[in-house]
Design a protein around this ligand. Structure first.
Ligand code: SAH
Length: 355
C-alpha cells in the first residue's frame, strides 16, 4: 500500500507542474472547509422546527424525484384489471342502505356483526364522519354511509400510523398523497353519484377515493400513471376484497388518465384527483351529456375545486357550466403529469413545481 502511494506521488511529481499541484490541493482544502461550514452555519441558525406539512412535502419531493422518471410510469408496463361482463357484481350501494346509522350504538353493533373492521378504528371513524357532516363537507346521506363503511386505515400507508383519521392529506410514497378527508367529502358530495352511474376517477393513488365510490355505485373505473403505485394499490384492493368485496367492482388500470378510458366511455361522472390548468378535452368528450366532472382546476401553485356540468342541446351543441364548490378557497393537488413526468399545466414563472 505504502509503495503504491509513493509510486503515485512520484508519478505526479514528475508529470504535474508544481503550480498546478498547489492550486489543486488548496482548492480541495478551501472546498471542504466551505462545503462543511455552509450547511453547519445554516443548521445553527435555523431554530424553527419544520411543520408536519413541510416534512411531508419534503419527503414527497424526494419520492417524486426518484419515481417520476419515465421508467416508472405507464409507458412500459400496461396492466389493467376489469370486472368481466356478465359476472354478478357485488352490490356495495345496497349494503350501504341496509346499514343502520340512527345511533352510534346501533351502527357499532351492526358493524361488528357484519363487517371485518378493526374495532379500534370504529369509534374514531364515527366521530370523524359526524364532523364532516357538521362542516357541511359531507352533504348527502348516501355519502355519509359510504364514508362510514370505508376503512381509511387500510389506505393510509404504514409510515403514517396514528394519523388514519386526521384531517390532513398524507404522503403515500412516489410523490403522491392520499387527499384530505374534507376535500374527498366535498368532491364526492359534488359528484352526486347515483346507484348505476358509471364513474371514472383519474389518479388512483392510495385507492381510498374509489373505495368510497364502490359504496355509491357498482361501476367504478380508476387510472393511475405511476407504475409501482398502481401495482401496490391493485395488490391492496385484491387483498382487501376478501374482507370487503365491494372493491371487486373497481376497474383499475395503469395509464395516462389525460386520455380517459375510451374502451368504457362514456361516463356519467368523472373525478380528477390531480391538478391541471385546463379541462382535458378527451375527458370532456368521454363525459355523458348531463354528466358532472369534478376537478382541481388552476395553475400549479393553487387550484379551485370545480364542478363542471356538461349539457348537450338538441342541435348537438355542447355547453358547460362551472361552479367553484369552495367559493374561492384554494387547494393544492399533486400535478396531472404525462408519462415522462411533465406536468400538463403551463409553468408559472418563479414557482418551483418540483413535486
Ligand atoms: N385519489 C387519490 C389521490 C392521489 S394524488 C387518493 O386520495 O389517494 C393524485 C394522483 O394522481 C397521484 O397518485 C398521481 O400519480 C396521479 N396522476 C398524476 N397524473 C396522472 C395521470 N396523467 N393519469 C393518472 N394518474 C395521474
Amino acid at each position: 500500500m505504502k509503495n503504491l502511494i509513493e509510486k503515485i506521488l512520484s508519478f505526479l511529481q514528475k508529470t504535474v507542474p508544481v503550480p498546478i499541484m498547489i492550486a489543486v490541493s488548496s482548492g480541495i482544502v478551501v472546498g471542504s472547509v466551505f462545503g462543511l461550514s455552509v450547511p453547519l452555519l445554516v443548521a445553527a441558525h435555523s431554530e424553527r422546527v419544520a411543520s408536519f406539512e413541510e416534512v411531508a412535502a419534503y419527503s414527497m419531493v424526494e419520492d417524486a424525484l426518484r419515481f417520476a422518471g419515465r421508467a416508472n410510469t405507464a409507458d412500459e408496463a400496461g396492466f389493467s384489471h376489469v370486472t368481466l361482463p356478465g359476472i354478478q357484481k357485488y352490490d356495495g350501494p345496497r349494503l350501504a342502505q341496509t346499514m343502520p346509522v340512527e345511533t352510534k350504538e346501533a351502527w357499532l353493533a351492526w358493524m361488528s356483526k357484519n363487517r371485518n373492521d378493526d374495532p379500534f378504528f370504529l369509534e374514531e371513524r364515527w366521530q370523524w364522519a359526524q364532523n364532516l357532516v357538521l362542516t357541511s363537507e359531507l352533504k348527502r346521506p348516501e355519502d355519509v354511509r359510504a364514508f362510514l363503511l370505508t376503512p381509511r386505515e387500510h389506505f393510509v400507508r404504514a409510515q403514517n400510523k396514528g394519523l388514519e383519521y386526521a384531517n390532513t392529506w398524507l404522503p403515500i410514497g412516489y410523490g403522491a398523497t392520499i387527499t384530505d378527508p374534507d376535500v374527498v367529502s366535498m368532491m364526492t358530495s359534488t359528484l352526486n353519484v347515483q346507484h348505476g352511474d358509471k364513474v371514472l376517477e383519474i389518479g388512483t393513488g392510495s385507492g381510498y377515493q374509489s373505495a368510497i365510490l364502490s359504496y355509491l355505485t357498482k361501476d367504478v373505473y380508476t387510472i393511475e400513471i405511476i407504475k409501482p403505485l398502481a401495482i401496490e394499490t391493485d395488490a391492496l384492493y385484491r387483498d382487501l376484497e376478501k374482507s370487503f368485496p365491494s372493491y371487486s367492482v373497481i376497474n383499475r388500470k395503469l395509464g395516462d388518465g389525460y386520455y380517459g378510458w375510451e374502451e368504457y366511455a362514456p361516463f356519467d361522472k368523472i373525478i380528477v384527483t390531480c391538478s391541471i390548468d385546463h379541462i382535458p378535452p378527451p375527458l370532456l368528450r368521454q363525459l355523458n351529456p348531463g354528466g358532472i366532472m369534478v376537478l382541481p382546476l388552476g395553475p400549479p401553485n393553487r387550484q379551485y375545486i370545480m364542478e363542471i356540468v356538461k349539457e348537450e342541446a338538441e342541435d348537438g351543441s355542447i355547453t358547460l357550466s362551472r361552479r367553484d364548490v369552495y367559493n374561492g378557497m384554494s387547494v393544492k393537488f399533486i400535478p396531472f403529469r404525462d408519462d415522462r413526468g411533465t406536468s400538463y399545466s403551463s409553468p408559472v414563472s418563479g414557482y418551483d413545481d418540483s413535486f
